[in-house]
Design a protein around this ligand. Structure first.
Ligand code: 13P
Length: 326
């Protein structure tokens, strides 16, 4: 069942964060849906309520143009039929104004992100406001961004500029956005921190205090870049040096301060890369795509269960279903 991110945030706020996972292809989609129902090896496995979680499926502009956006839509609609127990939002990640309007008109997305964070405050407000008006007219909710993350996202390379809490209050009031992505020290990609930096909880706390009560915050660049997966990649011929991410133990403290959505893209790519490298290393005569694909879907599903456990969303699916009926 497709719902809006706003509906998911109402249940999560202050208690846990909902995982927002980027997808690009069929194997990722199947692994993601299975993982959020606690299934691993097969679509036919029983649903595991203790592991089941609501989730956000994110589609970037890059994913939409990788093959054709219509493939993604068809795949997700099919996954919704194959896994009828799921509850999720379909969200455009880092949209331009044009991409937002395309998704709003499509009748498929329940949530869009307008990313005008590279603009000065008044222009960011103006653009976001326009998208909010078009989206709300169709019952679609809008995530906006204020402040700049590091790393590369789509075609934009960011240099870190933390969100100013006072500006956040003005931005939320004037733009009418439904959730706000804030820059609190993370960056996109596999190389987030050199040394011991981490999240700026002091800034997050100030932002939560100054915004209207219960206003949902979003954390981009939240992959944890697990050492285990980086090592597996490097042991199978990869060359990823000094990769590091957000410590998973920081997800729940961030959730308690109003972070309702935690964006994970890089970690999924790491799992994909490790499994495929190992599979071809261990069976060099193989040239069939299905053996590594089968292993990847199961490994990705398990990884999603692990991530949801760290986010606190694992085991919340039935409570969300009940809350949606009230
Ligand atoms: P990661 O690169 O840390 O996975 O972040 C993804 C993201 O924020 C997508 O918007």
């Amino acid at each position: 069942m497709i719902v809006t991110t706003k509906q998911l945030f109402q249940h999560a706020y202050g208690r846990y964060a909902v995982g927002a996972y980027n997808i690009n292809n069929l194997e990722q989609t199947v692994g993601l849906f299975r993982g959020n129902l606690g299934k691993s090896k097969s679509n036919a496995d029983p649903v595991d309520a203790a592991k089941s979680a609501p989730f956000i499926l994110q589609i970037s502009r890059g994913a939409r143009s990788y093959t054709d956006k219509r493939f993604l839509e068809a795949m997700i609609r099919t996954a919704d039929q194959v896994f009828p127990e799921v509850i999720f939002a379909v969200h455009l990640d880092h949209g331009t104004e044009e991409a937002c309007y395309d998704c709003i008109e499509s009748g498929f997305y329940s949530s869009v992100m307008i990313d005008a964070s590279h603009e000065k405050l008044p222009k960011n407000i103006e653009i976001t406001r326009r998208v909010v008006e078009r989206a709300h007219a169709k019952g679609i909710v809008v995530e906006a961004e204020l402040g700049q993350l590091g790393g590369v996202e789509e075609d934009v390379t960011g240099s870190v500029c933390l969100t100013d809490p006072a500006e956040a209050a003005e931005f939320v009031e004037k733009s009418g956005c439904d959730s706000l992505a804030v820059a609190i020290g993370t960056s996109h990609g596999a190389y987030k921190f050199a040394g011991k930096q981490g999240l700026h909880f002091d800034v997050l706390e100030e932002i939560q205090k100054i915004l209207p009560k219960g206003f949902p915050l979003v954390m981009h660049g939240s992959s944890s870049v697990p050492k285990e997966w980086v090592e597996r990649i490097n042991n199978a011929g990869g060359k990823m040096k000094s990769a590091s991410g957000v410590p998973e133990e920081q997800y729940l403290p961030a959730a308690k301060l109003g972070v309702c959505k935690v964006n994970i893209d890089t970690d999924g790519r790491l799992v994909w890369c490790a499994i495929h490298r190992e599979s071809f290393r261990d069976d060099p005569a193989n040239f069939d795509l299905r053996p590594p694909g089968t292993l990847f879907m199961a490994a990705y599903a398990d990884y999603i269960v692990h991530k949801n456990t760290m986010l606190g969303s694992a085991g919340q699916l039935e409570a969300v279903r009940k809350a949606l009926k009230e």
